[in-house]
Design a protein around this ligand. Structure first.
Ligand code: ADP
Length: 160
C-alpha cells in the first residue's frame, strides 16, 4: 500500500543526517513527501528559512519524491488546505516519544483525517540533533559526521 502525500514538518535549523535518514525512509511508504520548514518568529533560528530550505533541497536533490516548502501556523491547517492526511515525525528517545504522542493526538483532534507516522531514529543518528550540531560548530568542533557537507561548510563560515 502506498500513501499519496505526507508532510514532514520541523525547524530544520539546520538539516542533519538524522533528518535525512527519516526523509529517505519515507520513500518506501509515500509517493510524495513535503518537507515543511516552519517559519517561527518566536524561536530565533541560526539560519534563515531560505537557507534552511536550500540545504534541504541540495541534500535531497536525488530524491524525486521530496519537495520543500515553508509554512507558518499550525501544521494541521497546512495539511487540511492541501488535503494531506499523514504527518511524518522521527523519534529519538522517550522524550521525543512523549512529545510526539501529544502532538499527534492534538493534530488529529484539530483535523480528524490527519494521522502521524512515527519513525524510530536509526541507532547511528539517535543522538544527533540540530541544537547539538550548532553547539559543536560554535566551539569550532568538527560536524562533518553529523550534517551534509554544505551544511558543515555553512556552519564553519557562520562561526568563523
Ligand atoms: P522541531 O523543532 O519541530 O522539533 P526539528 O527540526 O528539531 O523540528 O525536528 C523535526 C523532526 O525530526 C522531529 O520529529 C524530530 O524528532 C525528528 N528528528 C530530529 N533529529 C532526528 C534524528 N537524529 N533522527 C530521527 N529523527 C530526528
Amino acid at each position: 500500500m502506498t500513501m499519496k502525500a505526507a508532510i514532514y514538518p520541523g525547524s530544520f535549523d539546520p538539516i542533519t543526517n538524522g533528518h535525512l535518514d527519516i526523509i529517505k525512509r519515507t520513500e518506501y511508504f509515500c509517493d510524495h513527501l513535503i518537507v515543511g520548514v516552519l517559519i517561527n518568529p518566536s524561536k530565533s533560528a541560526l539560519f534563515s528559512v531560505e537557507e534552511r530550505m536550500d540545504f534541504i533541497k541540495d541534500a535531497c536533490k536525488k530524491m524525486p519524491h521530496v519537495s520543500v516548502v515553508q509554512y507558518s501556523g499550525l501544521v494541521a491547517d497546512f495539511a487540511r488546505e492541501r488535503q494531506i492526511s499523514v504527518i511524518v515525525r522521527g523519534i529519538r528517545g522517550n522524550g521525543d516519544l512523549e512529545n510526539e504522542m501529544t502532538m499527534a493526538r492534538t493534530n488529529r483532534q484539530l483535523y480528524a483525517q490527519l494521522d502521524t507516522v512515527l519513525l524510530p531514529a536509526n541507532a547511528a543518528y539517535e543522538h544527533v540533533s540540530a541544537s547539538m550540531v550548532k553547539e559543536i560548530a560554535y566551539f569550532h568542533g568538527d560536524v562533518k559526521e553529523f550534517v551534509p557537507a554544505r551544511v558543515a561548510q555553512a556552519l564553519r563560515r557562520r562561526f568563523q
